[in-house]
Design a protein around this ligand. Structure first.
Ligand SMILES: Cc1cc2nc3c(=O)[nH]c(=O)nc-3n(C[C@H](O)[C@H](O)[C@H](O)COP(=O)(O)O)c2cc1C
Length: 213
């Protein structure tokens, strides 16, 4: 990479907002407000979030998933329970989520523990999905090595035949809820002097503090 290319990576200043020195009390409310703003301002893929898990030995792995619901208790995502992420969270329920909303010059970091949601809620969500996604959830043994593309398509054809009408939810597919115990709200500012406000769960309350950029 030459000098000109390196310069292109360095973006212009962040100027779109600020986090004042006020007392913030409810991180879920702030999260929900920022999420709404990301939607209203047409940020690209506002529901996309980097989901990081780690093995028992602490080896991390990240991938993008979609946040499907934001509740008081946490963030709901849906996935294959036998995938790499699905098996890592059984060994180690400590996870991180990272949202980046470029159009608002904001990122939110969340850390906490993850668990499976009530199967009945997963059933409802699955039933509302397009048929092609439902068949895909049966056909794809997510994260497993497969010999070629054709083998995946054969499995799709198999499940298309097996379930000509309603497609039941596969037992290996469903929702997860990430219950946060830590948040960081990051707002880009002039001269890289960004605002960073953190929340840490203390029993039933949130401690809040500012950290240096
Ligand atoms: C924009 C985007 C959205 C995605 N949404 C999901 C999702 O909601 N659930 C999911 O399991 N995978 C989703 N994926 C695929 C994952 O990134 C990943 O490839 C898959 O979950 C397997 O990850 P794993 O092998 O680490 O378990 C999405 C990928 C992209 C790029």
């Amino acid at each position: 990479m030459d000098q000109a290319d390196k310069k292109k990576i360095d973006r212009a200043d962040f100027l779109k907002g600020k986090l004042e020195d006020v007392v913030y009390t409810d991180p879920m409310k702030l999260f929900s407000n920022w999420y709404q703003e990301a939607i209203e301002k047409n940020c690209a893929d506002p529901h996309a979030v980097v989901f990081t898990t780690a093995s028992l030995e602490g080896k991390p792995s990240s991938r993008i998933v979609y946040m499907r619901e934001l509740l008081e208790e946490g963030v709901i995502i849906y996935t294959n329970y036998t995938s790499r992420k699905g098996t890592e969270i059984i060994e180690n329920p400590n996870v991180a989520l990272l949202f980046y909303w470029d159009c608002c010059e904001r990122q939110i970091r969340l850390e906490g523990q993850v668990k499976k949601i009530d199967p009945l809620i997963s059933d409802d969500y699955f039933a509302a999905r397009p048929r092609i996604s439902q068949i895909g959830a049966w056909a794809s043994e997510q994260s497993s090595v497969i010999p070629n593309r054709a083998s995946l398509e054969e499995r799709v054809a198999f499940y298309e035949k097996k379930f000509p009408n309603e497609v039941p939810r596969p037992p290996h597919w469903g929702g997860l809820i990430v219950e946060p115990t830590y948040f960081e709200f990051w707002q880009g500012r002039l001269g890289r002097l960004h605002d960073r406000i953190c929340f840490e769960k203390e029993e039933n309350d949130w401690a809040t503090y500012r950290i240096a950029p």
